[in-house]
Design a protein around this ligand. Structure first.
Ligand code: SAH
Ligand code: SF4
Ligand code: F3S
Length: 439
């Protein structure tokens, strides 16, 4: 028997890339690869890349430059680039870095085994198609290995919204939903392997419309079906668009105990003028009304959001409107970014805000968000939460897991194993985590 080939994967970008990397590792497992944590030991290095901001894309090229010398040490080493940079730049990657053997876009991962065979014959391989066939059907073979208790599960992919700043509709393609039956099958399989919490993934996950047994199914319907899966205790979903938060989904937050009280609902800006220029198709007011309805359904819900500052034409007044919206919502978590021009997107043509002004706004926004984050973390002290234990903590006897609100919780003197869901009382709020004791 030949020794297995070693695969090193480095994942950038969003949670969907984390999920995709697992699937690619499985697909290449069929070609005799096992994963290694050491790039120096690998026969194939695969970078699963992100194109969302300029820095993300540039990181990939500097990493490729660092990896290139490894080829001199191991002539059998192959270098592959997957993900959104692969989709956006295609052949250009091989031109800029000839050490790259394989470039594969997110909709072609099921073709990796053939592509791998091709590069082993000394050729290069490039596939950035948006094929008709269902890649998930071809990515089905999963080894029945034990899994960590919390897992991602892609249910929807791609985006038809075309926000003026965003590459995702171009790199991931049009919106596609997986059939509900397939999602349920994958969820049951995950549960058999030790998973107790799934996060349903999609670029626009609440636009999910996969076929159910009686026709079309919404995300709310899918969540209700998943809640019936024995052993699946917790359900989350990300990322949602405010315009797709329908009544049924909001009602699910009130009625489905397995659906966790946490929601990531990006708004990007609090200014109607900027929202319009971003092609978001909603106003600050309509977003706030959605938040109100969600809070009425689930008063203790923790909200998170994404913001872009320094979008072309953003004035001081526009930025102030964003600050006002943040003050009104009070996010438990929020991610804010300085606008980054992405080639090929409509906003790329527009004049930039002075970078120093944008930097200043980013700092002010982040400071405000941090204040709220600390307040919400602080308000957890003395409260009882349920924690899914994910791993051992650093201190002896300590375990680490996530509360229903997605807070990282350290349990001191834990009487619990990985995979347990335990009821604990929060005793202290640290900057990025909470400390808890058994009651
Ligand atoms: N599908 C998700 C997430 C898209 S990318 C959604 O619709 O919300 C994640 C975040 O990156 C976005 O919410 C946005 O805040 C940020 N982002 C996207 N394009 C960007 C750009 N060109 N410059 C800066 N931030 C950007
Ligand atoms: Fe990008 Fe907008 Fe689609 Fe989100 S909704 S992926 S920000 S285009
Ligand atoms: Fe990045 Fe692509 Fe995800 S651009 S954020 S890896 S969808």
């Amino acid at each position: 028997m030949t020794a297995p080939k070693k695969l090193f994967i480095k994942t950038y970008g969003c949670q969907m890339n984390v999920y995709d990397s697992e699937r690619m590792a499985e697909a290449l497992g069929g070609q005799g690869y096992v994963e290694t944590q050491d790039a120096g030991d690998a026969d194939m290095i695969l970078l699963n890349t992100c194109h969302i901001r300029e820095k993300a894309a540039e990181k990939v090229y500097s990493e490729l430059g660092r990896l290139k010398p490894l080829k001199a040490l191991n002539p059998d080493l192959k270098i592959a680039v997957a993900g959104c940079v692969a989709q956006a730049e295609g052949e250009e990657i091989m031109r800029r870095q000839p050490a790259v053997d394989l470039v594969v876009g997110p909709q072609s991962y099921h073709r990796l085994p053939e592509m791998e065979a091709k590069i082993r014959r000394g050729e290069t391989a490039l596939d950035t198609d948006f094929p008709q066939e269902d890649k998930f059907e071809h990515l089905k073979a999963r080894p029945k290995a034990r899994r960590a208790p919390a897992a991602f599960l892609t249910v929807q992919e791609g985006c038809d919204k075309f926000c003026a700043f965003c590459v995702v509709p171009y790199t991931r393609g049009a919106e596609v939903s997986r059939p509900a039956a397939r999602v349920l099958e994958e969820a049951r399989d995950l549960v058999e392997r030790g998973v107790r919490e799934v996060t349903l993934l999609g670029q626009n996950v609440n636009a999910y419309h996969g076929a159910g047994p009686k026709g079309d199914m919404t995300l709310a319907g899918l969540i209700r079906e998943l809640a019936k899966v024995d052993g699946l205790e917790r359900i989350r979903y990300t990322t949602s668009h405010p315009n797709d938060m329908d009544d049924a989904l909001i009602a699910a937050h009130a009625e489905v105990p397995e659906l966790m009280p946490y929601l990531h609902l990006p708004v990007q800006s609090g200014s109607d003028h900027i929202l319009k220029r971003m092609n978001r198709n909603h106003t600050a007011e309509s977003y706030l009304r959605v938040i109100e309805r969600i809070r009425a359904a689930r008063p203790d819900i923790v909200l998170s959001g994404d913001f872009i500052v320094g979008f072309p034409e953003e004035s001081d007044a526009d930025f102030d409107a964003t600050m006002d919206l943040v003050r009104e919502v009070k996010y438990g978590y929020a991610y804010s970014f300085k606008y980054s021009t992405r080639p090929g997107t409509p906003a790329a043509e527009r004049a930039l805000v002075d970078p120093a002004v944008a930097d200043d706004r980013l700092q002010r926004l982040q400071a405000l968000i941090t204040t709220h984050q600390r307040e919400i973390q602080g308000s957890m002290v003395g409260r009882d939460v349920s924690v899914l234990v994910e791993r051992k903590g650093r201190e002896p006897g300590q375990m680490l897991g996530k509360s229903e609100y997605l807070h990282a919780v350290h349990i001191d003197q834990a009487q619990a194993e990985v995979g347990d869901i335990v009821q604990v009382r929060i005793v202290e709020a640290l900057t990025n985590s909470l400390t808890a004791r058994h009651r």
